[in-house]
Design a protein around this ligand. Sequence first.
Ligand SMILES: [Zn+2]
Length: 326
Amino acid sequence: MNKRLTVAMAFSVALICAAAAKSTAPVPLPRSNPLKNTERENQQNPTSASALFSEKKLPSLGRAMAIGYYPRGCLQGGVELPATGPTWQVMRLSRNRNWGHPDLVKFLERFAPLAAKATGWKGILIGDMAQPRGGPLPFGHKSHQIGLDVDIWFMPMPDRVLSKAERENVLASNVVAADGKHVDDKTWSPADVAFIRTAAEQPEVERVLVNAAIKKELCRVENGNDRWWMSKVRPWYGHDDHIHVRLKCPADSPNCRAQPPVPGGDGCDKSLDHWFTDSILRIKIPEFGGSSAGLKLKDLPAACTAVLNAPANPASAATEDRSQPR
Ligand SMILES: [Zn+2]
């Protein structure tokens, strides 16, 4: 493997999103509770940046700023997305990851009703955003560190407010067939196309990550002229039960490092074939490292140490008292 390819792969690996669970229907809580994993990793490696950032239950004081790179940075002055809105509900509340740069919260408040209208759903189910001060996460993601990434589920919001237990236990709907080459006709629907399209069309969205089988399906059905938005929809490992929406660096964040722009075109060319080779299909998410738990504080921009040590800003909490450990 040449050096450039190695670097490119390492770069790509660094941007990996989530280890997506394989399931088509709501099932009981998985045997391994992710929170237990967090506690264990923190005990094993108490000086890791993920341990230090995950201990902070509230954001830092200071004006909002995304600092660093999506998989290597932090968030100053984060704000909380309310757990329940008219057209959204946040899942996995125990993780305390419904924080972001104000641009991300504003985006979700604007996108949720647009997505509901486009899909016919009651609303959207929102997975992980960022920790209160961003930073590396002890499990689940390489990115989601600077308050500009969000996972949104392939599952309509139900016509009622989910209980806390349901928000912990219900699994997102996997829309990819077992062979990884096609969408699953039993779970995929045209509304999913509208869902992805509506996300990609928003001007502040930098890219939308989906499983390659989903990208292939979009290439098949979206063959008209009005498909400029398709360039933003990028194939990535996992992402079979949620989309990952990434926003551009905000104007107020000079130390936010932009990702190289998406290549032009709709992405429905030979570059997509690579995702369906046996060697790629065999790759399982954990082999790419499911988290950034190994990063140290010195691996992050120096400003992140100040963010970590800054006083908390309780006023930024939207829904409930987060000052106590949960
Ligand atoms: Zn993600």
